[in-house]
Design a protein around this ligand. Structure first.
Ligand SMILES: Nc1ncnc2c1ncn2[C@@H]1O[C@H](COP(=O)(O)OP(=O)(O)O)[C@@H](O)[C@H]1O
Ligand SMILES: [Mg+2]
Length: 160
């Protein structure tokens, strides 16, 4: 599924729609260069879930943890992992073992230690805005994408 996101509000709206399509235990890979809107998308998800507090980029901490009602959400940013082994050394794998929703920026930096996940969202520049390409990586991801189709606001709805 490919979506055009003309401005930041559209990225936030996609995040809010995604928030309605999530299931506990889902892992989403967020791909795209620096500044492509990955953290903005996570902010949209958190706002959509009703989080009103700060959303910090986990650039230096690798992970920020949120609990919203009964849902746990783990936001990762592995940009600063210099070697994939650091992922294990820091015990980051443990954050994936429960039933939290995991949103991962720069997943490739963890190499093969990180499981492939359920859904991939790739963000790239498109004019002044961004393009988002979403791909399911298995049945759970497919279910999320199907649910997402029904939650998308008309402003960013995918041509079917
Ligand atoms: N669809 C969009 N169109 C234009 N600018 C956007 C869009 N989505 C996000 N941005 C902007 O891109 C900048 C970088 O976003 P950020 O989420 O920090 O990127 P990343 O986490 O991928 O490095 C922010 O200033 C944000 O407002
Ligand atoms: Mg970021």
């Amino acid at each position: 599924m490919s979506l055009d996101l003309p401005d930041e509000a559209a990225t936030l709206a996609l995040g809010a729609a995604l928030a309605r399509a999530l299931h506990p235990g889902l892992t989403i890979r967020l791909e795209g260069e620096l500044g492509s809107g990955k953290t903005t998308l996570v902010r949209g998800v958190l706002r959509g879930l009703g989080w009103t507090g700060k959303v910090k980029s986990p650039t230096f901490t690798f992970v920020e943890l949120y609990v919203i009602s009964n849902l746990k959400l783990h936001h990762f940013d592995f940009y600063r992992l210099e070697q994939a082994e650091e992922y294990l050394d820091a015990g980051l794998d443990e954050y994936f073992q429960g039933d939290a929703v995991c949103l991962v920026e720069w997943p490739d930096r963890a190499g093969e230690y990180l499981a492939p996940g359920d859904l991939r969202v790739s963000l790239s520049p498109l004019g002044e805005g961004r393009r988002a390409v979403l791909a399911a990586l298995g049945d759970k991801g497919q279910a999320c994408l199907s649910a997402l189709r029904h939650c998308l606001p008309r402003s960013i709805a995918a041509p079917s």
